[in-house]
Design a protein around this ligand. Sequence first.
Ligand code: NI
Length: 260
Amino acid sequence: MLVDSHCHIDFPDLSENLPQLLDLMHRNDVGCAVCIGVNLEDLPRILALAEAHPKILASVGVHPEATDVREPTVAELVALARHPKVIAIGETGLDYYWHKDAPEWQRERFRTHIRAALESGKPLVIHNREATADTLRLLSEEGAEKVGGILHCFTETWEVAEKALDLGFHISLSGIVTFKNALTVKDVARQVPLDRLLIETDSPYLSPVPYRGKINQPGYVKHVAEEIARLRGISIEELAATTTNNFFRLFPQARTKTSQ
Ligand code: NI
């Protein structure tokens, strides 16, 4: 069984085709997918999906790119995370690609999420784009290693991966690993300790080869798994079993909710 640790199937491109999406998950042995929150305004539709479908789990957070959205408090995130299908806090982190002025509000929002994760005991789902030094610094300053989590859609170097691993975090690789020119990500895929590796689609974005450029979906996480298995010279079965075990170890709540 495979797990898609990060997707956005509440986005219209995917939610409109839910029966086909769930069918492909079934056919590709994807037993579970985490639908990631990016703002509080759209959270109800994610929770509705998770409540309606046993294989769908959820997270609660406000994305670092998001502007013109309601700013969460620690107490609010903690309260929302009590929902039985919410397993993580995020998507949170820093994005200095879309916000090149590296605004203070992003770091404040990130600290709020880390504090909520520590208080609720639910791991973090972290987005980092061109903000590695500050991402690692804030995680460390706030004591995030006590709760841990995922650096999602990891595209940094192995040196950065090592620092995140030292903080107790897991590395999640997306379909980017299947792109021919993604040499840095392929290098990380070869080197991450197998017990700290997760896989994801980040769908509807970043479709893996052979679907590159098309709308991505959780069933395609199989192609991410196949490429990593190939790079490491192990079987797809071993890669699937290990990354799925890692997922349930990091999110014990997910095991009961998806009855695995
Ligand atoms: Ni995302």
